[in-house]
Design a binder for this molecule. Sequence first.
Ligand SMILES: O=c1ccn([C@@H]2O[C@H](COP(=O)(O)OP(=O)(O)O[C@H]3O[C@H](CO)[C@@H](O)[C@H](O)[C@H]3O)[C@@H](O)[C@H]2O)c(=O)[nH]1
Length: 755
Amino acid sequence: MAESSSPLPPLCERISHKSYFLRAVDLTILGLLLSLLLYRILHVNQKDTVWIVAFLCETCFTFVWLLITNIKWSPADYKTYPERLDERVHELPPVDMFVTTADPVREPPLIVVNTVLSLLAVNYPANKLACYVSDDGCSPLTYFSLKEASKFAKIWVPFCKKYNVRVRAPFMYFRNSPEAAEGSEFSKDWEMTKREYEKLSQKVEDATGSSHWLDAEDDFEAFLNTKSNDHSTIVKVVWENKGGVGDEKEVPHVVYISREKRPNHFHHYKAGAMNFLVRVSGLMTNAPYMLNVDCDMYVNEADVVRQAMCIFLQKSMDSNHCAFVQYPQDFYDSNVGELTVLQLYLGRGIAGIQGPQYAGSGCFHTRRVMYGLSLDDLGDDGSLSSIATRKYLAEESLTREFGNSKEMVKSVVDALQRKPFPQKNLKDSLETAQEMGHCHYEYQTSWGKNIGWLYDSTTEDVNTSIGIHSRGWTSSYIFPDPPAFLGCMPQGGPEVMVQQRRWATGLLEILFNKQSPLIGMFCRKIRFRQSLAYLYVFSWGLRSIPELFYCLLPAYCLLHNSALFPKGVYLGIIITLVGIHCLYTLWEFMNLGFSIQSWYVTQSFGRIKTTCSWLFSVLDVILKLLGISKTVFIVTKKTMPETKSGSGSKKSQREVDCPNQDSGKFEFDGSLYFLPGTFIVLVNLAALAGCLVGLQGRGGGGSGLAEACGCILVVILFLPFLKGMFEKGKYGIPFSTLSKAAFLAALFVVLSVGN
Ligand SMILES: O=c1ccn([C@@H]2O[C@H](COP(=O)(O)OP(=O)(O)O[C@H]3O[C@H](CO)[C@@H](O)[C@H](O)[C@H]3O)[C@@H](O)[C@H]2O)c(=O)[nH]1
C-alpha cells in the first residue's frame, strides 16, 4: 500500500501487514481470558485464597494480552528502493557511524574490528561517511586493532566494492569458499585479501595479552598507566579520508575516542559514551544522520545506509519527517528464534502505530532530533519555525544546554539549521574534542536530560526512544531479507540471565521515571496506543510476580486438595485457551521458518527468564527507589561466530544468515538466578508424587486431573532444570542451589498439606 504523494516513483513504500484473521484470533484469546475472569467472579468464595490469587494473576495476563492485541492491531514496515536514489537525489547526505565498546575481554577487539570494517565498506560514498569508535575500556589493544584494521581496510573496502560483496565483515565473508574458477582474477584477489585478513587477525591475537608494543610507539603514550575507570580523555584520528587518488580514498574516516573516567564519577554507561560520540562527531564532521551499532553488530547488507536514506529523504520530501529508522536486531549462531519472532510481530506492530522503538543498535538517528527538537519546531520544508529559531538559537541558552564550548555551539547551530558542514582537517578539532570528554563537561547542561541519549535507566535505548516519541516524532522500521545487521546473542545460561535482568530493571526504572507512559499518556505528544505499547515493554519485570505464582498454584492445589481451575464444562475455557495460544504461537514460529523445537525452547525460555531473571529486576528497582543500591551495567560477553555449517539451497537469506541450531541446552552456575526455577520444578514434582501416594491436605475443594496436568505442564516448561538436576559440569545445577531449593520445596509441601 503506497502512501507517498510524490508523482515520481517513491524511494520507499509503507507496507501494511494488517490481517483480519489474526485480529480475530487475538480477540478470541482476549474473550476467553475475560470469560475466565467472569467465571472466577461468579464463583468466588470469600475464604478461597487460591481462587483470589488465581483471579489476580489471570487479570494481569488478560491486561498483558490486551496490550499485545493493541500492539499487533495494525502492523507495518517499509520497503525501500535504493536503486532509485541516485536518479532522485543529487547529493547523498553525510552519515556519522558510531560503534561502542567497553571491555576488550568480554568484547574481543577482533569482533569490534569486523564491525568497523563492515561499516567502512558499505555501499555509500566514502567521503560522506565517518566511523567513530567509543572505547569505554580505554584499551590500547582496541586502539592497536583499529589502527591495523584501517590499514587492511585499504584492501578490504576496494575488494568489496569491486566484486559487490554482500557480507562485508571479513570473519563472515571468509567462512565460505569463493564461487569462482581457480586462477581467475577474482580468485586471486580473494586469496590475497583472505591472507591479509589472516595476518590482521594474527596481529590482533599476538597483541592480546602482551604489551610490548605499548612502549614501543609514542602513539600509545596516552594509554600508559591508565585503568578503564581512571584515565583522561583520549581522542585519536586513526585514518583521515583526504580524497586523493587510488584505493585510499575509498576508506572513510576512522576516529578512536575514550572519554575521561574517574572512580567517583558516574559515567552513565553506554548513554554517556553515545553523547560523547555525538559531540566529537559534531565537531569533526557534523553529519545530519547518525548510525549507531553495538560493537558486535556487523553490517550484513551493503546497501543498509542507502535503504535508510530512502526513508529519510522520501519522508522529508513528503513533509512527514521521521526521527529515526530502526532495523531489527538479528543474531548469528543463535539457538532461539524468540527475538526474531518478537521483532516481526510486536516490532512491526509498534512500527504501525507511531513507529518502532529504538533498540540500541542498527538505528539511524537524525542529529537535529537528538539535539532536542520537537516535531512542532519544524515548518513544512523542514526548516526551524520562527518560534523554534528564537527558542533554540540564542547563544546563551545553547551554551547552557550543550556545554561551554564555542565550537560545539557553532556546530549545533549549523546542525539545527541544516547548513552543509565545511570539509576540514579532523586533527584541528582534537583539542576541543578532548575537553568535551572531560568528566565535568556535561555538568549542569541538558546532555542526558533532554539532549542526546537519555540517562536515568540502563536501557538507555528505550528511554531515549520514548523521549523522542513524546516530542511528537514518528520513526520507521525496515525488515529486510537478508538481515541488515547481525550480532551475537548469549545462549541460554548465566550470561543471558544477567542481560535479561539488566533489560527488565532498566525498563522498570523508566516506568517510575519522568518518561513513564503512565504519566505521559494523556499530556505529551505521544499517541495513546504508542503509550500502551511502551507500557507492555516497561512492565516486563512486574510480570514475573503473577507468572511465579501461577507456576506454583497447581502444585499448591494438588497438595492442599483444592481446585484451581473451573470444573465440568467450564474447564473447556482453559483447555481452549491453552490450545489456541499454543497453536497460534507455533504458527508464528513456523511461519518464519523456525522449527517446533525452537518454538518449545522459546516458550520454555520465556517462563524461565520471567521467573528467574526478571523477578530480580523488581528487587533491583525497589532497592534503587529506596536509595539502598544502584543499578549496574554488566557488559554482555560477545563470541566470534562459529565456522560455517552447510546451508540449505531453498532457505531464505535470513535463514541462511541466522541458522537456529535448536540445541536448547541450558547452562547453570551457582548464582541465585537458578534458585526459583529449581524450586518450581521440585515443588511441582513433589506435588505429583504426593498425589500418587495420596499425600493431600484438607482443602476439600477437590483438586483433580486438571491441576495434575497443570503441574506436568510447568515441569515440561522448566525441563532444562529437570535435566540440569542429572547433569554434571556447566550443564548441571550446582549442589548448593539444589539443596537450597530442596529445603524451600520441603517447606512449601509442609505448609500446603498442613494448611
Ligand atoms: O559502560 C558501557 C557499557 C556498555 N557499552 C556498550 O553498549 C553496547 C551494549 O552493551 P551490551 O553489553 O552489548 O548490551 P546488550 O544487552 O547486548 O545490548 C542491548 O541492550 C542495551 C541496553 O541494555 C542497549 O544499549 C544495546 O544497544 C542493546 O543491543 C555495547 O556495544 C557496549 O560496548 C558502553 O559503551 N559503555
